[in-house]
Design a protein around this ligand. Structure first.
Ligand SMILES: NC(=O)c1ccc[n+]([C@@H]2O[C@H](COP(=O)([O-])OP(=O)(O)OC[C@H]3O[C@@H](n4cnc5c(N)ncnc54)[C@H](O)[C@@H]3O)[C@@H](O)[C@H]2O)c1
Length: 363
């Protein structure tokens, strides 16, 4: 046998993130479209297409939409979009612009990754969750009957345009979903952010622009640091961003995606904090402090119906941190710091503790 190695320099990914100071539809977006050397296609969802119909009308771009919500994040929708783009003869010089929440960011990102073997991508996140999380970091994908985000790719957008004024039309529940991710960043990486969140409940309730902008920038800085260290989730550090999501994703699937994503992740984070306590890392007073913060922001932590432990275990099987079928969890050392576990940033949890945590969650 003769070995021959083809060396390919590691793909360089660079995303420029802009905070819009002036109205996005009047200045930034028309400029972006005008400067792109090729056709532009905006892909959004039905809710946003209706809400922003007037603003979208004047743009020199084709506008396509898919149904709103998580149920549209499928392989079928991806194929639908690809056929639509092909039927409009849009080629490799096309700029795809995803305008929407996390669902749009994920699916348009995935379409961009494979359409004509990859086209330019700009994301315009319109939910708080997408601004602080889904639009940042290059993870794209769709759900399958086997679980969330089970098919996808890493594909970094060239640009992300953030305009917090989109949050004015966002329903309160959706805002809370995004806040849960901000709370997550505070738990895994920033005690000062946790303390600020405890103090400024009103800033969030009143959508104080400066405060919301601060939360978005702080979140992106925390996520950005972990992405720079581990862009393709290969080493471990990026795993901390998954805090609370192992149980959260299993719960979402068990609830047939009817439970708000933020609530499922909040419950998952509480269960992981409980396990951190039981494993002797997190102090009990801090577990209580975390619970109190969720309650201050009216994030429900109670399940309406209980789920058998076996159902959770099946749900964990496809978790990306699992090794040889064994599920691993990101745990807290203290508020503001995920436990490093010698650079793995996740660990197996003895079954009796996991069982106790799931029973505690089902209480
Ligand atoms: N790729 C990643 O790194 C990453 C990270 C976190 C979450 N996600 C994914 O993000 C998805 C959840 O995102 P989401 O919570 O933004 O959900 P979403 O995209 O479904 O948006 C929630 C709802 O809000 C509506 N909406 C969006 N913007 C609006 C606005 N400005 N005004 C009024 N209504 C608006 C949408 O039409 C939808 O009905 C999940 O699929 C999750 O897996 C991905």
């Amino acid at each position: 046998m003769h070995e021959w190695v083809l060396k390919v320099p590691r793909a360089k990914a660079k995303t420029t993130i802009w905070f819009c100071q002036s109205p996005l539809f009047a200045t930034h977006l028309p400029e972006l479209i005008a400067t792109h050397q090729g056709p532009c296609a905006i892909i959004t969802d039905a809710t946003l297409k209706k809400l922003y119909a007037k603003q979208l009308q004047g743009l020199d771009a084709k506008v396509f939409s898919i149904p709103s919500g998580e149920t549209a994040k499928t392989r079928e929708t991806k194929a639908y979009l690809e056929d639509l783009l092909l039927s409009h003869h849009l080629g490799r010089d096309t700029l795809l612009i995803g305008l929407g929440g996390g669902v749009i960011c994920d699916i348009v990102g995935f379409v961009a990754a494979t359409y004509c073997r990859g086209v330019s991508l700009v994301l315009i996140p319109t939910t708080l969750l997408a601004m602080v999380d889904a639009a940042i970091g290059g993870k794209t994908g769709v759900n399958t009957p086997y679980g969330k985000n089970t098919i996808g790719s890493f594909y970094f957008p060239d640009q992300v345009l953030i305009d917090p004024s989109f949050l004015q039309t966002l329903p309160k529940q959706e805002l809370r979903n995004g806040l849960v991710e901000v709370i997550k960043y505070s738990l895994i990486a920033s005690k000062p952010l946790f303390v600020q969140l405890q103090k400024h409940i009103n800033g969030f309730a009143s959508l104080d622009v400066a405060w919301i902008k601060h939360l978005i920038q702080k979140s992106i800085r925390i996520k950005g640091k972990d992405i720079r260290e581990d862009p393709f989730e290969q080493k471990g550090r990026r795993r901390i961003l998954n805090y609370g999501h192992t149980i959260g994703h299993a719960l979402e699937k068990l609830e047939e995606y009817r439970m708000p994503h933020g609530q499922a992740v909040a419950i998952g984070m509480m269960a992981a904090a409980f396990m951190s306590c039981e494993m002797g890392f997190l102090r009990f007073e801090q577990l209580e402090e975390i619970q109190a913060l969720f309650q201050q922001y009216d994030i429900p932590l109670k399940l309406k119906k209980t789920h058998p432990i076996d159902a959770f275990l099946t749900g964990f099987a496809l978790d990306k941190k699992a090794v040889k079928g064994s599920v691993r969890f990101v745990l807290l050392k203290e508020i503001g710091a995920a436990h490093p576990f010698e650079g793995e940033y996740c660990t197996e949890v003895p079954f009796p503790i996991l069982e106790k945590a799931l029973a505690w969650m089902n209480r």
